[in-house]
Design a protein around this ligand. Structure first.
Ligand SMILES: C[S@@+](CC[C@H](N)C(=O)[O-])C[C@H]1O[C@@H](n2cnc3c(N)ncnc32)[C@H](O)[C@@H]1O
Length: 389
């Protein structure tokens, strides 16, 4: 321990824990020590640790990776410092074998404000002393799958706003409007899981793993989804993976695109004498092709069809419905970027909507409504209650 220098105050660590804190290996340098010197740029592996430690390390400029643990040789490759829970002997041994400096941290860090007695005792004993942030409360990790509605911030639920403001980490993608991200508190991390990295977008499996990993590190992870998480949002897959990992999860519903679009245009999705059912369907199958729905049943039901992800396969979808007996003059409307600044509406009939959409050059997220109720759309003079409020 000769190489170690006493540092600033530690909050609440007992002296015995401090003694166990840093197990130096022969090459340990003072500037590799975690809480006194030079964490900037260090690759730190945090094994099963909590949000306070993570926040602290990141604040110091460390490149932190969190894992549930125990750490393997692969996890430790290229790592400058590994922090693991006291008792995690597997990680300790793996780090030792890999020649990586390892610090064992106590499981429960009491947080009682400034602890001058510990500081004095540690200084007297010549033991490394560190400062942990008081601000971040220790708590168990959890996740929230939050529906953000069609994009406009005003379409969020009160619960969604509460949860977003509480988040430690926010994972979002492109369907989440910028105003929504403004609600994320300073200091919380934002991760764009929809962003392309070269030619690659983060896979659903990787997103599932990331949510679990962050939650297991003690963070409140908020996964923001456009519309509702359980309507063509893959929220079910994320929930399954969180359940399997034992992560407590809240699902916050959001206004799905069909509801938002219909409301914008004054289209009642069900209406006495005109539509007795509502069918939410996707026009985008796993192989990028139109899925084979029961077109005859859909045509015969005579309800309202809300088609998600339908721009590319709209000509084929319309042909399928016409072939199943739906009338060519059935009213239809495509709404691009509903509730957002670039909102556009393309009106037509089942027979002509695909051509109209192609002519309009629609490229943004677009919802297509098909059915008798679409005739009630007030396309020209939509009451913009949200913005007028
Ligand atoms: C992957 S799905 C997500 C649906 C979302 N979970 C929901 O409940 O609305 C994406 C599709 O939702 C529809 N969509 C989402 N936001 C929209 C918006 N603001 N305007 C029109 N359609 C939208 C489009 O059909 C888009 O291709």
């Amino acid at each position: 321990m000769d190489a170690l220098r006493p540092g600033p105050c530690v909050t609440g660590l007992r002296i015995a824990e401090l003694r166990d804190f840093c197990v130096t290996h022969p090459n340990a340098l003072p500037d590799m020590m975690p809480f006194t010197l030079g964490l900037a740029g260090q690759r730190v592996l945090l094994v099963g640790w909590d949000s306070a430690a993570l926040a602290y390390l990141e604040e110091q400029g460390a490149a932190v990776r969190c894992i549930a643990g125990p750490a393997s040789a692969e996890d430790l490759a290229g790592v400058g410092l590994c922090l693991a829970r006291a008792g995690d002997d597997v990680t300790r041994a793996a780090a030792g074998a890999a020649g990586v400096l390892v610090g064992m941290l106590p499981d429960a860090v009491p947080r009682q404000g400034r602890d001058d007695a510990t500081r004095a005792a540690a200084d007297a004993a010549g033991v490394l002393v560190s400062t942990l942030p008081d601000a971040a409360p220790r708590r168990g990790g959890r996740a929230s799958l939050v529906g953000c509605g069609p994009g406009a911030v005003e379409m969020l639920t009160v619960r969604a706003v509460q949860v977003i403001r509480d988040a430690d980490v926010v994972l979002h993608d492109k369907l989440v409007g910028p105003g929504v991200l403004d609600l994320v508190r300073p200091g919380a991390r934002r991760v764009d899981v929809g962003k392309r990295c070269g030619r690659h977008v983060m896979s659903q499996a990787a997103i599932n793993a990331l949510i679990v990993r962050e939650a297991r590190a003690g963070l409140h992870v908020v996964r923001l989804k456009g519309g509702d998480p359980f309507v063509f949002g893959r929220g079910g897959e994320e929930l399954e993976s969180l359940r399997a990992a034992g992560v407590p999860t809240e699902v916050v519903p959001g206004i799905t695109a069909a509801l938002a679009t219909a409301a914008r245009l004054g289209i009642p999705l069900t209406h006495r004498g005109a539509s007795r059912s509502l069918h939410l369907i996707t026009a985008h199958g796993a192989d990028d092709r139109l899925p084979e729905h029961d077109w005859v049943a859909l045509a015969r039901a005579g309800g309202t069809l809300a088609v998600y992800m339908g721009v590319r396969t709209l000509p084929l979808l319309a042909a399928r419905l016409l072939g199943a007996g739906m009338a060519a003059d059935t009213p239809a409307i495509a709404v691009e970027n509903a509730t957002l600044a670039g909102e556009r509406r393309v009106l037509g009939t089942l027979g002509g909507i695909a051509a109209n959409v192609a002519e309009a050059g629609v490229t943004g997220p677009t919802l297509v409504l098909i059915g008798a109720v679409v005739a009630m759309a007030d396309v020209g003079a939509v009451v913009d209650a949200v913005r007028a409020a």
